[in-house]
Design a protein around this ligand. Structure first.
Ligand SMILES: [Zn+2]
Length: 293
């Protein structure tokens, strides 16, 4: 026993010696990290300039390098939106910061957005508002339609780093929630928006999808025909959880339990104290009574 303890003590001290970096090394590590950061941004900026033009205005906020020809005031407004939303999303939901940089292209109107997409994608955009292209870590926005889509898409980008296995319904539900939002005391709060009538008409004609079926729609099946209702339901389920003060707890539970509960249904049941049926009824009544401002 003594012998084992002695070996353990020797191993521990060797490990301490081997693992504890000296002050100089610490400094060097930091310096190298900063240098890599600068190199990453310089490289991304050069790539972005090629597509949007070197005369575009550039601003960096967190992992987002934002570029546009919007005029200084509008650019500052958009960057402010990204900054506030990003900080709030991290405070409330996301623990892990992305280790990549994202290109954010802001186009002032439909024509410039369309022309940009032809150059960037070789085709017209499928959304008139904007999109996130994970394969190129790029967010492209027609900012002339407002900044709602910008917050929607940046929620996807940030969530990708923190919760890579997020089920489609919740990925779209949370991102859609913040396409109409406000920030108060550093917190992001989703508000009622244009998706409400889609849900309310489904509640009226009985075509509303049960929660346990909604969570089954993943990938292409979520985005296919009739996706408008699935987006609306997922969004207003998230809004309802937010109103009950349970959205942040739900996010943590669904993310941390995703291996065993990939659709997040057990996590939902857990935050609703196991009373799913009652809760779903309550949610339907609540949604029927919601009003757009
Ligand atoms: Zn989305």
């Amino acid at each position: 026993m003594k012998h084992i303890l002695l070996i353990a003590a020797v191993l521990a001290s060797v490990c301490l010696l081997a693992c504890a970096p000296g002050r100089a090394e610490d400094g060097e590590g930091e310096e190298k990290k900063k240098q890599t950061e600068v190199e990453k941004e310089t490289k991304l900026r050069a790539d972005m300039e090629e597509i949007i033009g070197a005369d575009a205005e550039f601003k960096r906020t967190g992992p987002f390098l934002v570029a546009g020809h919007l005029g200084t005031a509008e650019m500052e407004r958009c960057v402010g939106t990204v900054e506030r939303s990003r900080k709030a999303l991290h405070k409330q939901f996301f623990d892990k910061e992305p280790d990549v940089l994202y290109a954010v292209y802001l186009l002032p109107d439909h024509d410039k957005y369309d022309a940009f997409c032809m150059k960037f994608l070789g085709e017209h955009p499928s959304s008139k508002y904007g999109f996130y292209l994970p394969s190129r870590k790029s967010l492209v926005m027609n900012i002339g339609t407002g900044s709602g889509t910008l917050v929607h898409e940046m929620t996807h980008a940030l969530m990708e780093a923190d919760f890579p296995k997020v089920p489609t319904w919740f990925n779209e539900g949370l991102a859609s929630l913040f396409e109409q939002c406000t920030t108060e005391d550093g917190k992001i709060i989703g508000l009622v928006n244009w998706r409400l009538p889609i849900l309310q008409s489904a509640l009226k004609d009985g075509s509303v999808i049960e929660w346990k079926k909604l969570v089954e729609f993943t990938g292409a099946s979520f985005y296919g025909d009739g996706s408008g209702l699935r987006y609306a339901e997922a969004r207003y389920l998230c809004l309802w959880l937010q109103e009950k003060g349970k959205l942040e707890t739900y996010y943590e539970k669904i993310r941390d339990g995703v291996e065993k509960d990939p659709k997040g249904l057990e996590a939902l049941s857990a935050v609703l104290d196991g009373k799913m049926e009652e809760a779903e009824k309550e949610w339907r009544e609540w949604a029927k009574g919601l009003k757009r401002d």
